[in-house]
Design a binder for this molecule. Sequence first.
Ligand SMILES: *Cc1c(COP(=O)(O)O)cnc(C)c1O
Length: 461
Amino acid sequence: MGLTGSRPADLPTLPAHTDPGTERIMDSGLLHELSHAFDGPFHFLLPHRFDANLAAFRAALDDAGVAGHVYYAKKANKAAVWAERCAAHGAGVDVASVPELRAALGHGVRGEHIVVTGPAKNDALLRLAVLHGCLVAVDALDELDLLTTLALTGTVRPARLLLRRLPPAQPHSRFGMTAGEADTALDRCVRAGDAVRMEGFSFHLSGYATRPRADLAAQLVDACLRARELGLRADRISIGGGFAVDYSSGGHWHAFLAAQRPEHYHAHKAFDADGFYPYHSPVAGADALRTVLGTVPDGGRTTLAARLKETGTLLLAEPGRALLDGAGASVFRVQGVKERDGYHVLTVDGTSLSLSEQWFNSEYLPDPYLVTRDGRARGDAAHPACVGGATCLESDLLTWRKVPFPARPRVGDLLVYPNTAGYQMDSNESPFHGLPLPPKVVVDRPDAARPRWRLDRATAR
Ligand SMILES: *Cc1c(COP(=O)(O)O)cnc(C)c1O
């Protein structure tokens, strides 16, 4: 029918790094069973990958001889299982709202292991944070005043806080305090006496470069030393998140970028390549933390790790995406197959709201897998198809790109988008058209002879 493999060489692909657990699940038959049971799209989560990522971050600190804590940035994925894993491992959670704080506490994370970030935190959030001994990353002077007032009235605990700095290299950020504001804040912390415990400074940078993180971290170590002279505790800094995830090999990624052009996409849609997430990063995840710690900061003589050690400063990090690397995938059922000029237009049983990159005018690029009842489709054929959602919106496409699938997709086949736990699966989900939110399924041991599953506790209502 003219759609089979005539131009496979033309169409760029971006294979994700393989993951044995995900492959096993795709070939086990479990996904068709679950798709039938839920009668709609769903996500599966792999907590053993989260555990391994967390262990790697902690090892990066240990190997550098640096004392510190890792906090999972909860906004990257709403599932309960991540907070449960943090609680089990004595790791922290980074929250930015009352529901997130409540969830972290409810899943067993101790208040002292929670850092509260986000701008202009309201009264209720600050009050809960003080009551539970959480660390508050203060974003502005008025917030500091509110926090101090709360701590002075009514509670027995001091307010633990960091002062969040506006990164000098990102002066247009709407977050954090300027140098002048931070000085004023220090004054106010001194005057607040025992009501507050000023524990240090924090930042969170956009982008994934390691050097700016090492440079700013070193400046904040110096700021801690100055704060200590004022009698403040100032014994830790938080360098936030932004540790890159490596989705694909460098060879594939660079070949993809060089080859891709509008005719490779449905409706000749043109994406700005600068707007794509960098799907390959030579230094990613815990290795990025290692690199930050091993960097000699601008103007310094020793590595950041050495500087932290010689000044007795703890290093806090708040990875979101990087802790979720490989820890989940999203599954959609093909509900319709149409033919267009030389390619298929697939409609799946979910929406692009479950793949949030589209909502940033971009596309989630790692190739989805086509999974038939017999497991993954394989072979050298190329059956190009884009993937639309089951909505009435012209622009609701999960994948605009014509993906060259190894078999002709049929109704009832599944599409599995790999490595979606970090920000993709649930950041933007809504019950559009009254469709239910896709449930999340936890697979604790994917290498068991028959993978067993359970519903994530946050979705098992
Ligand atoms: C979003 C955020 C993070 C996590 O960022 P990732 O890129 O997911 O690692 C950490 N800290 C703060 C303050 C954030 O806003």
